[in-house]
Design a protein around this ligand. Structure first.
Ligand SMILES: Cc1cc2nc3c(=O)[nH]c(=O)nc-3n(C[C@H](O)[C@H](O)[C@H](O)COP(=O)(O)O)c2cc1C
Length: 307
């Protein structure tokens, strides 16, 4: 009997599909919307200690391969964000992963402690922010040492499983994934947006986005995301949530074969609406049924040594 139910870090999930951080903003309503769409796990907008207004628009633009965005990490702050999470959890049995971001270890620890006082099931560390400790502003996720340091601090501060979300903009991502595991991460999420990239409005000869550049997501990043998930799962033994451009059931199955335990679907919802989640779930289900597998947990992984 085919079932999409799966297990992740000791929790039973109704579906292996995850709403990634930030896609639907941060409110009780957006969490409800995501759950009704069929996600088995929903992630909050990345929350900081204080509220952030973010950039002035336009902050999201579409192109042939997906979208670019530069929201400027706008969020209501950890206190207001966790209130929405608690309200959601009071009426829904679906687990929430609370995403947090900061620019140094101390603030990450404080955010994790606060999130642990909420109804969150998991905590995700968004490590893709610019790093104020580095004179060139290189993202935290580009440094093995900084990733390890922040994960170690977060683990000490946390009673909940900690998931490190990594950036594709780092050289040697598999080594960084390994460092996160060694520092105690319970799982990894990859990938965050690629780039940033640029789109130009030729009519006015100006960048389309007000902040000029924006992170790239959607179908254009899928082959890169798949390859990075494949490489990183070869270097770690903790579960990986694979995301980046997944928009069909077949692409989700490819993510499982590359080694992912769960699959995130973000930009596809943004581009095609919530119905895409049910279509992807149906595609996975049909593949399992046709190929004789009862669950995504026993789908065979791609053999190592290819490429
Ligand atoms: C509009 C938008 C907002 C996002 N906000 C966040 C965020 O707050 N925190 C984060 O870790 N990732 C954020 N991301 C990245 C996504 O969570 C995801 O990692 C990325 O978009 C790749 O998956 P996708 O191609 O399925 O969207 C955002 C992406 C988009 C498109």
């Amino acid at each position: 009997m085919v079932s999409l139910r799966t297990r992740f870090l000791g929790r039973e999930l109704s579906s292996p599909l995850v709403l990634p951080a930030g896609i639907l903003g941060m409110s009780y309503g957006s969490l409800r919307f995501a759950c009704d769409a069929g996600f088995g796990l929903v992630t909050s907008k990345s929350l900081s200690l204080e509220p952030r207004r973010g950039h002035e628009g336009p902050i999201v633009a579409r192109f042939g391969g997906g979208i670019i965005n530069s929201l400027g990490l706008c969020n209501p702050g950890i206190a207001a964000g966790l209130k929405e999470v608690d309200e959601f959890s009071a009426v829904s049995g679906s687990p929430v992963m609370v995403s947090v971001f900061a620019v140094n270890r101390g603030d990450f620890e404080e955010l994790v402690r606060r999130a642990c006082d909420s109804s969150a099931a998991f905590i995700e560390l968004n490590l893709s922010c610019p790093n104020v400790m580095d004179e060139f502003g290189i993202p935290l996720a580009a440094s093995k040492e900084l990733v390890a340091d922040i994960v170690e601090g977060a683990k000490k501060a946390s009673r909940l499983p900690v998931i490190a979300k990594l950036s594709p903009n780092a050289l040697e991502l598999p080594a960084i994934a390994r460092a996160a595991q060694e520092a105690g991460a319970d799982a990894l999420s990859l990938i965050n947006t690629l780039g940033p990239g640029l789109l130009i409005d030729t009519a006015v000869r100006r960048p389309i986005l007000a902040p000029c550049f924006g992170g790239i997501s959607g179908p254009a990043v899928f082959p890169l995301a798949l390859k990075l998930v494949y490489e990183c799962t070869g270097r770690v033994s903790i579960p990986v949530i694979g995301m980046g451009g997944v928009s069909t059931g077949d692409e989700a199955v490819q993510m499982f074969m590359a080694g992912a335990s769960l699959v995130g679907v973000g930009t596809a919802v943004w581009l095609s609406g919530a119905g895409v989640v049910a279509e992807i779930a149906k595609g996975i289900w049909e593949y399992l049924e046709r190929e004789g597998f009862s669950s995504v947990m026993n789908l065979p992984k791609l053999e190592r040594g290819n490429g």
